[in-house]
Design a protein around this ligand. Structure first.
Ligand code: T46
Length: 142
C-alpha cells in the first residue's frame, strides 16, 4: 500500500465565506520551512516525476482540481485533490507525478525543508534501487 494521509482542515466559515488556518506542528505535522505554489498548467501536462530523500510536504489544491499519482516503487495510487480544506501529506521516498489540471487549478505546497536539489531523485530506476537498498539495509540491521 502506498503511504499517504489526507488531512481534513477545520473550516471557519459563514455565509460570507470560508477560512482555513495552517499552523506548524499543529494541523501541519512538521515545522514549515518553505511554501510554494503552482498554477497555469495545461490539463494534460505531467509535473513532478521525482521523489524526495528527506522532504515531507502537505499539498493543497486551493482552487480547482488535479490528480496526484503516488508510487512507492512497487505500487501506484491516484489521489484526486479538489478542496482547499484538504491536504495531501506525503513523507519521503514516494515518487509523485501530478496532472489532469483544471484551468483554475492552484496547488499550494508546504514543505518541511528549504529547497535542495540534492534531495531530489529525478530518475525512476535510481528511485527503485534506493528503495530496494534501504529495505535490504533495514532487514540486515534487525
Ligand atoms: C514536488 C511537487 C509537488 C525552486 O527554485 N525552488 C523551489 O522551492 C521549488 C519547488 C522549485 N524550484 C525550481 C526548480 C526547477 O527549476 O523551480 C523549477 C521547477 O521545479 P520542479 O520541476 O521540481 O517542479 P514540479 O512541479 O515538478 O515539482 C514541485 C516540487 O519541486 C516538488 O518538490 O513535490 O512540486
Amino acid at each position: 500500500m502506498v503511504k499517504y494521509e489526507l488531512l481534513n482542515f477545520n473550516v471557519r466559515g459563514n455565509h460570507e465565506g470560508s477560512l482555513v488556518a495552517l499552523e506548524s506542528s499543529k494541523n501541519i505535522p512538521f515545522d514549515i520551512k518553505r511554501v510554494y505554489y503552482i498554477w497555469g498548467n495545461k490539463n494534460d501536462v505531467v509535473r513532478g516525476k521525482h521523489a524526495h530523500r528527506k522532504l515531507e510536504q502537505v499539498i493543497i489544491c486551493t482552487s480547482g482540481s488535479c490528480d496526484f499519482i503516488l508510487d512507492n516503487g512497487t505500487e501506484r495510487t491516484t489521489v484526486h485533490l479538489n478542496s482547499p480544506s484538504q491536504g495531501l501529506y506525503i513523507k519521503s521516498n514516494i515518487w509523485r507525478e501530478f496532472t489532469n489540471f483544471s484551468s483554475d487549478c492552484v496547488v499550494m505546497v508546504l514543505a518541511s525543508e528549504h529547497y535542495d536539489e540534492k534531495d531530489y531523485i529525478r530518475d525512476y530506476k535510481t528511485f527503485v534501487n534506493e528503495i530496494k537498498s534501504a529495505k535490504t539495509y533495514n532487514v540486515n540491521v534487525r
